[in-house]
Design a protein. Structure first.
Length: 256
């Protein structure tokens, strides 16, 4: 039997494809670049664990005991608990990790597909070494609205100062058990609370690091030591989708 689809049927199919295409077009390619600005023999920063979400994921709270999500980040640089915790809090979130350990003067980058209207908020966490349990991250889930209501990039960079480094309070100070200068597996629990602290890094001055240099902190409260840059681009619509829509709208014969 020869059958010619009706214009209404074609239009309905076209609208369905158009809606799917529109949803895809809401997504952006977001590139995250990180830069270690510390002095040449200063602190290194672990892989940056990132999440783009609806503003519901709270990884830690200052003044309280560090939770299970942030402790592995602070003590080992691992996102093994932080990333799943983000996914559990917001299943629609985009999440991942930018690079590995970034030494002084080095950079790293990664690109993510993000829906800026659905997930406008940004969260991050990374270990700062040498340390037993120091890290960077945002205390409030809504502190960093990366995209505005129109889906446009509202923040193009974040520059962190030494005064923004956190001490998780989960492991006692011990250079022999500190990551980057000792054996991080030799931890002793502290059971303190999360506070800001950069002064402790000076206690590692002169120790040999895993990167081969003798450590010198050089940090002051106002020292810029780490920067995160953001750039967003539209995802091009596939030409095949345009052709398919045009064909459906014009109609055509089908043989059953």
């Amino acid at each position: 039997m020869n059958y010619t689809p009706s214009l209404a049927k074609n239009a309905a199919l076209a609208v369905g494809l158009a809606l799917g295409s529109a949803t895809a077009q809401a997504n952006l390619l977001l590139t995250v670049n990180v830069h270690n600005l510390a002095n040449p023999t200063g602190v290194a920063v672990g892989g940056l664990h990132v999440g783009f979400h609806r503003g519901v994921f709270d990884g830690f709270n200052a003044g309280t005991e560090a939770g299970t999500a942030i402790v592995p980040v602070a003590e080992l640089g691992s996102g093994s608990a932080w990333l799943p915790a983000l996914a559990a809090a917001d299943p629609t979130a985009t999440r991942g990790t930018v690079g590995g350990v970034v030494l002084p003067g080095q950079s790293s980058s990664a690109t993510f597909v993000v829906n800026p209207l659905q997930n406008p908020f940004f969260s991050y966490a990374a270990m700062v070494v040498p340390s037993n349990d120091h890290f960077i991250g945002n205390d409030s889930p809504t502190a960093l609205r990366l995209f505005n209501a129109a889906g446009e990039l509202a923040i193009t960079n974040l520059t962190l100062k030494a005064s923004q480094i956190w001490d998780a309070g989960s492991e006692t100070f011990d250079p022999a058990a500190a990551a980057f200068v000792g054996n991080a597996a030799l931890r002793t629990a502290e059971q303190g609370v999360v506070t800001t602290d950069f002064a402790e890094f000076a206690k590692y001055d002169g120790l040999p690091t895993a990167a081969g240099y003798s450590f010198t902190s050089g940090l002051r409260a106002d020292t810029d030591f780490y920067r995160i840059d953001f750039s967003a681009t539209q995802i091009p619509e596939p030409g095949a989708m345009t052709l398919a829509l045009a064909g459906l709208l014009l109609g055509g014969a089908a043989t059953w």
